[in-house]
Design a protein around this ligand. Structure first.
Ligand code: FES
Ligand SMILES: [Fe+2]
Length: 421
């Protein structure tokens, strides 16, 4: 028993601030959210060759994603079956084997145990076939995004993602061959705040990022809501806690001020010709505009924002690591990918104009929540005007707290489920 009553913490229009500050609640989140849900791990393009591997984590548990000699992706716990040592200490590499540094047990990159030093000491009692690195109970991928789960899942990955799949489809459709590649490195930030603050907030931009807006204005560029009312700015909450922000510069303004000028260049023309050949001109335009900023969050730890893939890694109630992987488009003229990187850097880069502001707000939030005489936080913005569609998707204005309410509903349901479900 956890001793935590979730009904005391989440109401339809507010949440108790202890869900962001209480270490006991954080521990329960590990058990009931991160160790029970699908979680994003890596992308196919990070392990393209036989023997490639990356080490990732689900909560505090270390996981190896490897490509075996047979070319298949395996998702294995990074824990030796002898006495539990982490068998892989590098974050990525290429190897046919993982040798445990403690006593030398050796595993193939599909997890099979193939070597035990001085095996005579076990007599006939050691059956190597049952002592491979433990595969995760569930692993699957969608459009190259590899997910895993530490617990059996009631639904497959495809059902779990639901309508959010269409947004991932648009993101990869910007490549003429439908593939993105995470090979531009990784940018890591640790901030002193709770993991649930990250992303999916359409209310903060004009204030938290005011310096960027002022800069854009000085350059004669528009920011914020599109002027075209036929392209409304929306916040969308899909089933299972996935959320999306639609609007602002990723629609009308993006088309006028970024996409069209890019298509005037020689490489832009060549790129558009490839997309046009695949989709037709109208659909190619739609892909270009929408893929500029999918702005989707896949609960609990993946977000695809602008041109990067973002992973949220909770370390403690008041400490979170955020990893940003700029995504390049496969089979696309280099200038197009260079523009994606420059665009990423100027807002989201370590010295960018936007992302550091967000981390600053998250730390100040954690600081503010130390004052707990009035512990309830309001999430009622737009509650009276949000619309629920037949498939359960909820839609509101982009500045409404539709994503926050949706994620808290999913959070509360998961946190209330008993340990012996
Ligand atoms: S803990 Fe790995 S070989 Fe002993
Ligand atoms: Fe922001």
């Amino acid at each position: 028993m956890s001793g935590i009553n979730v009904d005391d913490l989440v109401r339809p229009d507010k949440v108790h601030s202890s869900i962001f500050t209480d270490p006991k609640i954080f521990e329960l989140e590990m058990q009931r959210i991160f160790y029970r849900s699908w979680a994003y791990l890596a992308h196919d393009s990070e392990v393209p060759e036989v023997g490639d591997y990356v080490v990732r984590s689900i909560g505090r548990q270390s996981v190896i994603v490897t490509r075996s000699e047979a070319g298949e992706v395996h998702v294995l716990l990074n824990r030796c079956r002898h006495r539990g040592n982490a068998v892989c200490s590098l974050e990525s590499g290429n190897s046919s084997f993982f040798r445990c540094p403690y006593h030398g047990w050796t595993y193939k990159n599909d997890g099979d145990l193939v070597g035990v030093p001085f095996p005579d000491a076990y007599g006939d009692s050691l059956d190597k076939r049952g002592l491979g690195l433990t595969p995760l109970p569930e692993s699957d991928s969608y459009q190259g995004f590899i997910f895993g789960s530490l617990a059996p899942q009631p639904t497959g990955l495809s059902d779990y993602l639901g309508p959010a799949k269409e947004v991932i489809d648009i993101f990869v459709a910007a490549s003429p061959t439908g593939k993105v590649e995470l090979r531009a490195g990784c940018q890591r930030t640790v901030f002193h705040g709770n993991w649930k603050y990250v992303g999916m907030d359409g209310y903060h931009a004009s204030f938290t990022h005011r310096s960027v807006y002022n800069l854009l204005k000085r350059k004669g560029l528009r920011a914020g809501r599109p002027k075209d009312a036929s392209l409304p700015a929306k916040a969308v909450a899909y089933p299972n806690g996935h959320c999306r922000l639609i609007g602002g510069r990723n629609t009308a303004n993006a088309l006028e001020e970024y996409v069209r000028p890019q298509l005037e260049t020689d490489e832009g023309k060549a790129y558009f010709a490839l997309l046009e050949g695949k989709y037709g001109a109208d659909e190619a335009f739609r892909v270009l505009v929408e893929a500029r900023d999918p702005h989707i969050g896949i609960w609990p730890n993946l977000q695809i924002i602008n041109s990067h893939v973002r992973v949220i890694r909770p370390l403690a109630a008041d400490r979170t690591e955020v990893l940003l992987y700029p995504a390049l488009l496969a089979d696309t003229p280099p200038a197009i990918n260079a523009e994606r990187l420059r665009r990423h850097e100027w807002f989201y880069g370590p010295a960018g104009f936007g992302q550091p502001d967000d981390a600053e707000m998250f730390e100040r939030n954690q600081q503010g929540l130390q004052c707990d005489l009035e512990p309830w936080l309001l999430l009622s913005r737009g509650l009276h005007r949000e619309e629920t569609l037949p498939d359960g998707t909820v839609v509101g204005d982009i500045t409404d707290e539709v994503p926050q309410r949706s994620q808290m509903r999913v959070w509360a349901k998961a946190m209330a489920e008993a340990d012996d479900r």
